[in-house]
Design a protein around this ligand. Sequence first.
Ligand code: F0G
Length: 351
Amino acid sequence: HASAVPLLERYRQFLPITAQTPIVTLHEGNTPLINVPRLAAHLGVRELWLKLESMNPTGSFKDRGMVMAIAKALEAGSKAVVCASTGNTSAAAAAYAARMGMECVVVVPAGKIALGKLAQALMYGAKLLVIEGNFDQALDMVRVLAEQHPITLVNSVNPYRLEGQATAAYEICDVLGDAPDYLALPVGNAGNISAYWMGFKRYYEAHRSESLPKILGFEATGSAAIVRGEPIAYPETVATAIRIGNPASWQLAVNARDESAGTIDHVSDEEILAAWRDLSALEGVFCEPASAAGVAGIRKLLAAGSIDPNGRFVAVITGHGLKDPQLAVEQFSVPQAIPAELSAVVAALNL
Ligand code: F0G
């Protein structure tokens, strides 16, 4: 059964795996690619698919890159890993480190990481450091830390992370039989957009797909360093996963945009939240806010007339909605309790 084969085995020929590389797995990858006609009609595109990276073992796409990074760290004899994170990288690092008996140190910004992600880092037993600063500052520090101490950096500046994340592009081509016309996704530290483009190119060059997609990346307006063309010292957005002001893979992301004849644009918090609710209410796909940026961006570019509504679109749903239940509940007024009587229920339903 193909899904029972670990990701590192399944795409072995496309990954930097040697006879010495341990095949680590929590059964990451092989995530669903679902067709979403109701959301497509709502947006005004002919064909839309969602790549549900939220269905990975720790609830985000980071597992693909982390399984590769951890395997290579083990192969090199490392006993500890470190990362800066807005929450998902730390969850993935902590989980795979726990699985393989390694130490894990994670550095996260105070007050700006979703509750579920905090719970994961704690439960998986990471050494958690909460800094009075943002992601960019945390990344600057862990880069130096990893240079000066025997601890492996597992942020996406570790090249094995992007290699692992490229497998999502292979899976999309394998399911659709070719690359889509457009691939839309959120951009934070800009690793994932770079990994997808690398993956699509590599698959195309290996004759496993017949075309290349246009890459559509979306930053949050308050954190849109690449769109603005300069780093942002105090990035802001409700989508805390992509609250990043100086993306590490900036140049790779620009290359992905330009080589694919795609776009990197920004979407407002309001646009992100609207797409976030649509994904849940129209298709039953509850993702975290940042993950809705791709769909929000497709809506924006359609309105601007800069993309073809007759194209085949894939939007990457990068992380699960249960990561950030607090923000979800805050969007609604939770109903007051009523008496535990049938008459009260009937009255409340206006029957
Ligand atoms: N979506 C989610 C849910 C994320 O957690 C991230 C990044 C992104 C999109 C953007 O991906 O950084 O490769 O451009 N999260 C990182 C973290 C920064 O620490 O978990 P990117």
